[in-house]
Design a protein around this ligand. Sequence first.
Ligand SMILES: *Cc1c(COP(=O)(O)O)cnc(C)c1O
Length: 375
Amino acid sequence: MPSEGLARLNIDLDALADNFRVLTAEAAGAAVAPVVKADGYGLGAVAVGRRLWAEGARSFFVARLAEGEALREGLGPERAAAIHVLDGLTTGTGPRFVAAGLTPVLSSLPQISAAATFARNLGRPLTVGLHVDTGMNRQGVTPAEAHALALSTDRLRGLDLELVISHLGAGADPADPHNRRQLERFAAARALFPQARASLAASAGIFLGPDYRFDMVRPGVSLYGGGPQERPDARLKPVARLTAPILDIRTVRRGERLGYGAKVVLEQTTRVAVVGAGYADGVIRAARGGGYAWFAGARRPLLIVNMDLLAIDIGEAEAQIGELVELLGAHAHLDDLAAAAGTVAHEVLVRLGRRGERVYIGQDAPPLGELSRRG
Ligand SMILES: *Cc1c(COP(=O)(O)O)cnc(C)c1O
């Protein structure tokens, strides 16, 4: 029974583990290093990290230093994973990397110099990664800078460079020639640092074929059920299931408005179920129109999405107040909701709200209440 009409988010750790196995098989020998930034794409980095450690993951990626510290604490001393911080290291943050045993992924010349200075003062080598920008123009040293670094070993003195990474901008579109261009630039960059392992592919890149896999892959969204090509992929299982109860059922006559303003005027008399979830629970408002929920064995168009309530067209379906509607899950596909809202699955996941119930299911699920809140 839903308590007080709350939306409920089930986070299925067994599905997560299945997706990890699918990606591991696809990676064909490359290490699979889960990306658990933004609190595990909103699903709980510690719960996700613990379960994936149990499945064999030994390296993880986060974006922020504080995320790395929280993950280290949550994994505990018995799970000695490598945790890479994509933001890298800036002056003054070195001691925190050492204290939490985190690996900065350095992404600019100033970061490299800050890390090297810190390491020399520390008196022992600091393990780091290096991000090379191969064509996203967002993060990382340029290939020319990487070349210069490889020639002047002095700039890397004190640093133990164990990983070279880059990131694809168009991996979700296998036909885009930019992928190949980035691959060639990356192959050249990684050859400059033969002692380091190499990693190029995120979720999408894993499915571009063996050339893209190198030593390590870094999936995020596909671990959580998002298709690598931004559409539902039957190989992957949904990890997040959002349901909410029907609060009211009403017949709205043709020509009547629905919700705020005059944007939604019904073209025909419609049976509408009002559901106890809204954009505060993570159903993105822009998904109305093209988006759908799943109820009574069929897709039901999302007519409006307000903060606390949404309305769906239930057609002729039999419905009772209190019955649950699936807003995200095995039938209401994450990628479909994202597309309807004009966004990507990543954003849908990180926007899932914290107002309703959050329940972890599957092996190693943390008990109700634990790990369910940020901060
Ligand atoms: C977010 C991120 C990933 C994971 O991307 P997905 O599309 O979620 O698989 C991998 N690498 C880097 C550098 C990232 O920023």
